[in-house]
Design a protein around this ligand. Structure first.
Ligand SMILES: [Zn+2]
Length: 205
């Protein structure tokens, strides 16, 4: 390996270590959940919302909708009028983070929601990556899986900021450079990252 390659490699390793450390510093509090009679309460709801830097009522509405319950916010606590299971509340919070907070590129939660033209995007404060927000897409816990190297029939439903096609397979976002919105295509999955996959356009329908 020549010296230049070596220093490039060193740089990459350093930046990935840095990213990991930032992730560690950014701690989202574990929800403290208690029940009182017929109510279920997330005691530290506001602490969670403050850390992830999202609108309190946005998080609240998302959570109560997941359980079809009514509720309330009072003194920084979220109150469910009903008894969802603690683990399901935790799961729903994770799901919220995945849809509205987490960076798809580096996995960081230190992000902001910003409006670009008519679209809302999630911008990562750690690595600068951006992704579109699929606010109207209800992503359910899906059993659909994708594998690297396999082909799938997908429809491009959106374009990202770089003009790449976006398709959804189960709960995975597939990014397809060169795709056009509305196209039905065959895609070979090239790489799978944490929450998204890179696809290669094989055939147009
Ligand atoms: Zn990032």
């Amino acid at each position: 390996m020549d010296e230049q390659n070596y220093s490039e490699l060193l740089k990459k390793v350093k930046s990935s270590v840095q990213k990991r450390e930032e992730k560690k510093r950014f701690q989202i509090p574990k929800p403290e959940i208690i029940t009182e009679g017929k109510l279920t309460i997330i005691k530290n709801f506001r602490d969670i919302v403050d850390v992830i830097n999202r609108d309190e009522s946005h998080v609240y509405k998302y959570l109560i909708k997941q359980f079809g319950l009514s509720g309330d916010i009072s003194d920084g606590r979220l109150i469910f009028k009903g008894k969802p299971l603690e683990r399901n509340i935790e799961k729903a919070i994770q799901e919220y983070l995945r849809i509205y907070v987490q960076c798809y590129e580096c996995g960081n939660y230190d992000t902001e929601m910003v409006r670009e033209f008519r679209n809302e995007v999630i911008r990562c404060k750690a690595c600068g990556a951006e992704r579109p927000l699929y606010a109207h897409k209800e992503i359910k816990y899906s059993e659909e899986k994708i594998e690297e190297g396999k082909n799938y029939e997908l429809e491009i439903t959106d374009l990202n900021r770089d003009g790449d096609g976006i398709a959804i397979k189960g709960d995975i976002t597939v990014i397809i450079p060169g795709g056009k919105k509305g196209q039905k295509i065959t895609v070979r999955i090239d790489r799978i990252r944490k929450n998204y996959a890179l696809g290669i356009l094989v055939k147009k329908a």
